[in-house]
Ligand binder design. Structure first.
Ligand code: ATP
Length: 306
């Protein structure tokens, strides 16, 4: 069971820099061989996001746990649709995105990514279509540029793109100018948690695919900045299938539909207005969070939540 988890973590790392898929998959495969585990293989195929992303009645239990983390969840994400997933700690949000991106396979039910059945398709075929920013991401002891373009380290031509994604992630801060940070002399990757999160976001923006996932990458970034990042993400996600996990409902409100999770199940789904029109978990969560903000719509904190 522990080895299974190691494999899942390795796959998550791979999903973060897919461009180097062959190289990274090679490393993973060697690692698994070392552990004498069966490799996860499958049939090659092409993702077609006109077919969206779909979970059909999936359940998932972590090894060693008796209670399922995900119970009978069905969800369809159409091309061009952004879904926000909200819910309290432990509700199953991260587990669901890991299942939706093919990092985990459901114990029951099926996940289709761009039409590919994750139980049958090779991980490489699936991941080619997915780009994600997850809660756990790698901090490489490399330059800022290499950290962003990890999927494409050799790309000199990518310099302009790196500059643009870092600007989009609003990376420039304080006295240090982005150009200085990107110069080869700037070796100091001694950054704050929020800056590292911006690198992780920029890494995701650098390599955009048919299915984009943001699993709460902004916890160390203040709400105003977070709202900015999500607004940029909204532009980026145009025409794609997109999923955003967030605790801040002001950001979730930007999505086309909001999925409300509780105890591993989807308990409600709809637009912000639909979810607010009846009593329920979402309306309760919104009211609670609104107390933190002067104007909840803008996520402007009147005072810091205690
Ligand atoms: P949070 O908002 O705190 O990030 P979440 O909604 O994303 O929470 P998950 O991380 O998906 O929730 O966790 C759902 C359930 O699965 C929890 O009960 C959690 O304890 C359990 N769980 C999560 N990761 C693992 C793991 N690697 N091994 C065993 N159990 C896990």
């Amino acid at each position: 069971a522990a080895l299974g988890q190691i494999f899942a973590i390795m796959q998550e790392i791979v999903t973060q820099h897919i461009g180097n898929m062959n190289r990274d998959m090679g490393k993973v495969v060697n690692f698994i061989r070392l552990l004498d585990m069966p490799e996860r293989t499958g049939t090659e195929g092409e993702t077609d996001f006109a077919r969206g992303v779909a979970a059909k009645d999936i359940s998932f239990t972590y090894p060693g746990r008796d209670k399922p983390a995900i119970k009978n969840v069905s969800l369809e994400i159409a091309e061009g649709e952004t879904i926000a997933i909200v819910g309290e700690n432990g509700a199953g949000k991260s587990t669901l995105v890991r299942l939706l991106t093919g990092i985990y396979r459901p114990s029951e039910g099926k996940v289709f990514i761009g039409g590919l059945d994750t139980a049958v398709a090779s991980p490489a075929s699936v991941y080619k279509g997915v780009s994600g920013v997850f809660q756990k991401y790698q901090r490489y002891k490399m330059t800022l540029k290499e950290n962003v373009a990890i999927s494409d380290v050799s790309a000199e031509a990518g310099a302009e793109k790196i500059h643009s994604v870092l600007s989009e992630a609003d990376f420039e801060m304080g006295d240090i100018k982005l150009d200085d940070m990107l110069s080869p002399e700037f070796g100091g990757i001694d950054l704050s948690g929020g800056q590292w999160q911006r690198i992780a976001i920029a890494r995701g923006l650098y390599r955009v695919n048919g299915f984009i996932v943001l699993d709460e990458p902004t916890s160390a970034i203040d709400p105003i900045e977070e709202t900015k990042i999500y607004k940029q993400f909204e532009q980026l996600a145009k025409g794609k299938c997109a999923v955003v996990v967030t605790h801040r409902l002001g950001s979730a409100k930007l999505a086309h539909r909001i999925v409300v999770m509780d105890g591993g199940e989807i308990v409600d789904i709809g637009t912000h207005e639909e979810l607010m029109s009846h009593p329920g978990k979402y309306a309760t969560m919104w009211e609670k969070q609104a107390q933190w903000y002067e104007r909840a719509e803008d996520c402007v904190p009147a005072q810091l939540p205690v």
